[in-house]
Design a binder for this molecule. Structure first.
Ligand SMILES: Cc1cc2nc3c(=O)[nH]c(=O)nc-3n(C[C@H](O)[C@H](O)[C@H](O)COP(=O)(O)OP(=O)(O)OC[C@H]3O[C@@H](n4cnc5c(N)ncnc54)[C@H](O)[C@@H]3O)c2cc1C
Length: 441
């Protein structure tokens, strides 16, 4: 009898072939050394892994795409239960539902759904895992029309802390189903399959606008009074880069035609005429590839977030400009993602994702290559977020940040109390734990 008896799936042990690849985290700022990684092929492998970990008294983490900003899906000296090889997909166009294996990364999922001319609203990065993204909320270029990814989940298949397979939906394990739509990442169980409501999609229009960096104040001001209130078929993003390197860029996706999009854009372009403006039509899948950009394999970064519930004042905008000017690296930026539309139609406590009434989300981002640049970039991100606290609220769970001190209320606002009660009921021994898992009271 070996010590791994009872574990099933594809096992990669510390020191064995492929271990370095298997332990790797997307954010190469962080490096972790688990004892074992088990790749689950079916839900029973996840069940066996939980039961085995309990018997061995070994702590574990759950991993899908491995894109956690703080590498929370890999535990030092623990077991990584990896579900990225659970990849079934069944689309039923009659009911408008799709059963999606929880291991999908976004691009392969978009591509597979495209064969049926349907999609879900989800993120832009092609290699992000559908599990981590959806369980923490899930924002993307269709969110103002179709809501957050978690809003489109109708059922979840989960292996719980007792190693049992349970099904969560609006009439079964109602509380846990609520919790998993915004706070389900790694705190309650291992999701092995989602049922998503899928949406027919075909061609779309998209735009890119740029302005000269000298217009930054005006651009922020007009963008924020336009983008969160625009036609909900349009989702718009604004990127402000450090040192005003390059232009100010806004991009967006519109589920409609190019002429109509041109008209909608006039609400901003008449106030701040862009240097360049392109509007194009494309198939949905071409747009997905376009927004995905170039593939990134290894990146050292520190990102964090906050929400603007009110338009930013002139002082707040001045503060953004000041922080961008003093950025330690040329790749640093702040990105603004418009909310409103379908996201805001649900109340704050409709699901665990709380920040629905925000006008937009801010993401402060620093990237670097040499380890010696890490400290100053991390400091810049932390100070940037701190300096905006008088003008913003909360933080986005999917952009998890170990430096956010009061993270339970920052991520979940008043929903944290209900989340803790659910945690106590479903995982009283705190089997599913990491630095920012839902704490027991
Ligand atoms: C380059 C990049 C681009 C991004 N773009 C977007 C975007 O456009 N929109 C957006 O909303 N977010 C975006 N994100 C954030 C992303 O949604 C989160 O990082 C998300 O948590 C990643 O999910 P994952 O499965 O890849 O990561 P993982 O590291 O595998 O998991 C993240 C967390 O979820 C838990 N988890 C994973 N799988 C399961 C499961 N099956 N059951 C239970 N818990 C699980 C893990 O334990 C961990 O705590 C982006 C991130 C990166 C790095």
């Amino acid at each position: 009898m070996g010590w791994k008896d009872g574990l099933t799936g594809r096992i990669v042990e510390q020191g064995s072939n492929g271990y370095d690849e298997a332990r790797r985290t997307f954010n190469s700022r962080l490096s972790k050394f688990p004892k074992l990684i088990v790749y689950c092929l079916v839900k029973e492998d996840a069940s066996n892994a939980v039961n085995w970990a309990r018997k061995q008294g070994i702590s574990f983490s759950v991993r899908c795409g491995g894109h956690s900003y703080e590498a929370y899906s890999v535990k030092d000296q623990g077991l990584v239960i990896d579900i990225s090889e659970i990849l079934h997909l069944r689309v039923d166009k009659r009911t408008g539902l799709a059963q999606v294996g929880a291991g999908f990364r976004l691009m392969p999922l978009y591509e597979a759904l495209w064969k049926h001319k349907v999609t879900i609203p989800a993120g832009t990065c092609p290699s992000v895992g559908v599990s981590g993204l959806t369980l923490g909320g899930g924002y993307g270029i269709l969110s103002r029309l179709l809501g957050m990814s978690c809003d489109n989940v109708t059922e979840i298949e989960m292996v719980n802390a007792q190693g049992k397979v349970i099904y969560l939906n609006p009439s079964n394990h109602i509380d846990l189903f609520w919790a998993c739509r915004g706070a389900g990442d790694g705190s309650f169980g291992i999701v092995t399959s989602f049922t998503f409501r899928v949406h027919p999609i075909n061609s779309i229009a998209h735009y890119t606008m740029t302005w000269n960096s000298s217009e930054v104040e005006k651009v922020i001001q007009h963008w924020q009074s336009w983008a969160p209130h625009a036609d909900s078929r349009l989702t718009s993003l604004l990127a402000l880069s450090a040192h005003h390197q390059g232009d100010l860029v806004s991009k967006g996706l519109f589920v409609g035609g190019d002429k109509e999009l041109h008209e909608l854009l006039k609400s901003i372009t008449k106030y701040v005429p862009p240097q360049t403006l392109t509007v194009r039509t494309a198939s949905w899948i071409e747009a997905v590839r376009l927004f995905a950009g170039r593939p990134v394999n290894q990146a050292k970064f520190k990102n964090t977030s906050a929400f603007a519930y009110e338009p930013l004042s002139a002082t707040a905008i001045e503060n953004i400009v000041k922080n961008l000017k003093r950025a330690p690296g040329p790749s640093n930026l702040v990105a603004l993602d418009a909310f409103g539309g379908e996201i805001s139609k649900k109340s704050t406590d409709a699901t665990a994702f709380a920040h629905r009434q925000a006008l937009f989300m801010l993401q402060y981002q620093a990237y670097w290559e040499r380890d010696s640049d890490a400290a100053k970039n991390i400091q810049w991100v932390n100070e940037f977020r701190q300096s905006m606290l008088n003008h913003t609220k909360g933080a986005y769970r999917d952009y998890c940040d170990s430096s956010v001190l009061n993270w339970p209320t920052e991520y979940f606002a008043e929903n944290i109390n209900r989340l803790q009660r659910i945690k106590e009921r479903y995982d009283p021994e705190n089997m599913f734990n990491y630095e920012q898992s839902i704490p027991l009271r």
